[in-house]
Write a protein that binds this ligand. Structure first.
Ligand SMILES: O=c1ccn([C@@H]2O[C@H](COP(=O)(O)O)[C@@H](O)[C@H]2O)c(=O)[nH]1
Length: 281
């Protein structure tokens, strides 16, 4: 099944626009596992099991595994998600970006080694750095567009003097992703919940693309404003995948961490409910 179809099916099944981010940091683990990098799989699998009927996607961040030499645990986790939550697409947050030959290897890593359904990419090196990922026709790729961090201003808000109307860099990228670069309808964009006005602008320029929106929860982005700015499924347009990681994962430091994570995920899912429900699309 194509990534976009899988995503829509999960949204409808779980009545959800929420993506739970899997950013396992042993220093923040519940007291009985605190500091133990050998528990990364156990921690994430417990979160997956507790939330898999509440989400439209999961988003493991590869750095949290690689930093602890826990790539084998990420492989195990990906297999666990495929086995126990096959209806929920998995977006590997890797933010890769390199020349074509190297990008081919990164694409193999994401889609063959880890079996991800989609990946996040930095588009800074241009179209040929993105193309190798698009050779996997059923997979999705999300390009960093207007990121949630304050430093995103340094590049993404700059104007391009040689383009008609002098668009900002993120606006130019949104147009390319909606148009020329999107060979087989596989692209999406990353836009931070911390910038709802820019979500609205990206949605205007890229009406159909799925928007992966990190920044609610720990970063303080507004859930309702995010959905109002970006969700257009009821009008035949694109959806939003709203990520929350730390606020869900570390809601409790006790042995009840998974049950409490579930309650936070339920509340976050409710806060993301659009005026007309995801099933409408
Ligand atoms: O613009 C971006 C792009 C990616 N991220 C990633 O999303 C999560 C956010 O985690 P929270 O704990 O919910 O703040 C994390 O994996 C980031 O690497 C982002 O925050 N902003």
């Amino acid at each position: 099944m194509k990534f976009l179809d899988q995503l829509r099916a999960a949204e409808r099944l779980n009545d959800s626009l929420l993506c739970v981010g899997l950013d396992p940091d042993p220093a923040k683990f519940p007291t009985h596992w605190k500091g133990d990098a050998g528990r990364i799989y156990d921690f994430c699998a417990a979160i997956v099991d507790a939330t898999k009927d509440l989400v439209s996607a999961f988003k493991p961040q590869i750095a949290y595994f690689a930093a602890h030499r826990a790539e084998d645990q990420l492989e195990q986790l990906m297999a666990h998600m495929k086995r126990t939550a096959p209806q929920v697409p998995v977006i590997l947050d890797a933010k890769r970006g390199d020349i074509g030959a190297t990008a081919e290897q990164y694409a193999r890593e994401a889609f063959e080694r880890y079996q991800a359904d989609a990946v996040t990419l930095s588009p800074f090196m241009g179209r040929d750095s993105v193309e190798p990922y698009l050779r996997y026709p059923d997979k999705g790729a999300f390009l960093l567009c207007r990121t949630s961090n304050p430093g995103g201003d340094d590049w993404q808000m700059q104007r391009l003097a040689d383009q008609p109307g002098q668009p900002r860099l993120f606006e130019h990228l949104a147009r390319l992703a909606q148009g020329d670069w999107n060979l087989n309808g596989q692209l999406g964009l990353v836009v931070g919940a911390t910038y709802p006005q820019e979500i609205e602008r990206v949605r205007a320029l890229a009406p159909d693309l799925p928007l992966l929106v990190p920044g609610v929860g720990a970063q303080g982005g507004d859930a309702q404003a995010t959905v109002a700015a970006g969700w257009r499924v009821s009008q035949g347009g694109g959806t939003v995948i709203v990520n929350s990681s730390r606020a869900v994962l570390y809601a409790s430091a006790g042995e009840d961490f998974a049950a409490v994570a579930r309650r936070v995920a339920q509340a976050t899912r409710a806060s993301l409910r659009p005026a007309s429900p995801p099933a409408a699309g």
